[in-house]
Design a protein around this ligand. Sequence first.
Ligand SMILES: NC(=O)c1ccc[n+]([C@@H]2O[C@H](COP(=O)([O-])OP(=O)(O)OC[C@H]3O[C@@H](n4cnc5c(N)ncnc54)[C@H](OP(=O)(O)O)[C@@H]3O)[C@@H](O)[C@H]2O)c1
Length: 250
Amino acid sequence: MQSWAPSSVLVTGANRGLGLELVHQLARAERPPRYLLAGCRQPESTRAQDLMNLAKSFSNIKVLKLDVDDYGSIQECAAQIEKILGNNGLNLLVNNAGVGPGGALNEVTPESMMNSYRTNVVGPVMVTKVLLPSLQQAAWLNDEFKAAVINMSSILASIELFDNKIGITYAYRASKTALNMVTKCLANELKPHGIICASMHPGWVQTEMGGEKAPLTKEVSVRGTLQVLSTLSAKDSGSFLDWKGQHLPW
Ligand SMILES: NC(=O)c1ccc[n+]([C@@H]2O[C@H](COP(=O)([O-])OP(=O)(O)OC[C@H]3O[C@@H](n4cnc5c(N)ncnc54)[C@H](OP(=O)(O)O)[C@@H]3O)[C@@H](O)[C@H]2O)c1
């Protein structure tokens, strides 16, 4: 069976870290997406420079303004996406944008809890909700399933694998655990539409969030993640997978 090569992809938080590397590797793939949509909250800022430079080299990359904390921004972005894709629909949504505030009980604040919930949970739900017609369109156009939502989660969300040596970060862990529940809900609700949904742990990776001590490079993590995505099938919907394709416990 040939591996899945989605023809339209949206990556949120695509200006740096894993999001940028996803766009980078998808653009260079053997069968690159025809439409590679890179969501970024401030395309005009210096933080988006690398993404803008990449977009100059690949005509399929479209950089779109998208702040997942802002419902108006999500709606505007979705309208642009519908225009760009026409009747083609969106095959793959990667809810990658995220924030990773640290903090044990003595450091956690109402703001850090709410901010991480807004970006890591409310954002992916609202982006998926608003893009559902495009995802459905892509699923209808294919004989078998081929529309998917991937939520970038973390092994730190796993209650069963809880390890306090890694640090008790209330805001981050709780938000990613909530995101995993969102994955389960979406997998169930979207199944009749032929859209699958899974949570993905990319490994501990050297990015601004992961820090310099992380053992994995972005290149290796994203190569693994894309390999896993290329073999996704309906049986994986509602799963929590890591970048090597292993199933993680909730
Ligand atoms: N790195 C790791 O070790 C690791 C491990 C497990 C899971 N993850 C998950 O993988 C994903 C990517 O992580 P990363 O390591 O690449 O993080 P990162 O280097 O900190 O990058 C985060 C990205 O999310 C964007 N973002 C944050 N808030 C946003 C918002 N409201 N709207 C749109 N974009 C927003 C950032 O944009 P700005 O530049 O505008 O801030 C940036 O592009 C996250 O969901 C993270 O939780 C990472």
